[in-house]
Write a protein that binds this ligand. Sequence first.
Ligand code: IFM
Length: 440
Amino acid sequence: MVKGTYYFTKGFMWGTATAAHQVEGHNTNNTWFAWEQEESRILNRDRSGLACDWWGGRWREDFDRAQASAQNAHRLSIEWSRIQPAPDRWDENALDRYREMLIGLQDRKMTPMVTLHHFSEPLWVAEMGGWENEEIIELFTKFVEKTVAALKPYCHLWVTINEPNVFAFNAYIDGVFPPGKQDVKIALDVLRHMVLAHARAYHVIHELQPEARVGTAINYRGFKPASQWPWDRWMAKLHHHLFNNVFVQALHTGTFKALGKKQKLDRVSGTQDFLGLNYYTGEYVRFNPFAPDQFFARRFFRPDSLLSETGFIAHDPQGLVECVKWGNQFGVPMIITENGVEDREDVLRPRYLVEHLHALWRVINDNYPVEGYFYWTLVDNFEWERGWSQRFGLWELNQKTQARVRRPSAELYEEICRINGISSEVTARYAPEAMQTLFP
Ligand code: IFM
């Protein structure tokens, strides 16, 4: 066996990522809570309920776990509906709780990264039309101003909006997120409003905290043509453009360009200090004239793909290399703000983890600037319209008892964080099936 270690750069950030609604529990004043009450919106009619009980204080034990397993960073999100439960009311106690969490991270020598919007809004915002109504730009800016002013002593890494592309697609094209619409025009308006809201937030954060670093977290999906037929190739390009490009390109160039329309936006270009990349998988695209609601295409995983437990993800570590190379065109450092797999029995996860990290190591060694990696996620949490059916955690959660059980991947990730690299010994121990790829 070849022996060795792929070392990462000094100071590399190693962490996990979470989101408020998915872990806090008892979030009853936002769009997702209302969505969960509707019949057949969530698989198995699951509810977020107590989630991982972070609002009840269990963040402490989970941060202890992260710290004890050598993680030096954590990405969490702030729930807007807690900070501003009504248009004219700010909840200082809620801000105190988040302050406590961020201090909790600092005390554990973990760098906090804070996301300001992760898929959920207050109900009062939704009643005004949510992201369809451009007034949200002003409202979001005020929320950001209030939150950042309160929390800036404890955080300098801000993600304004998580996966704006997934949000616009799932909520306004596929209809699986609230408000469950299926309208491309609205989806594009929403995305444009998110671009503008991000840019406003970017400027506000920098005014409050000049040393802040502000970015977004885009979900990058690799789209490959199902064949070399020109229509398939064109469809793959269209999907790549609409899903991956539109949002980030607008922040880079200041022009929102989608489906033949171009719009120059003020004070938008250059509003990212880093680019957050959430990468999970890639898929194939075939032209389908009978699927106008799916942009005339069928998207699928190749039949020989190695699929995750619920078939949600096809194992494609090379896609992470392509993702980073794509992200590099925007000229700012990158951070892998999410990457992971749902796998209750931890069968694929060890291999998924080391092969993705090996792919990341390779691309960093080609001088692509990536500063950190956040595994999704620390403890099993509420997976949106998929409810509790998918288990992404390094720790398994029993929602009823709130007991956590460490999965082997948590130990594997700990070893990687501890040595700041992937060794042959650790790979052989936890993911022997990856030895051929990493240490042939
Ligand atoms: O759980 C989500 C997260 O909220 C956003 N990115 C993808 C994850 C896995 O589905």
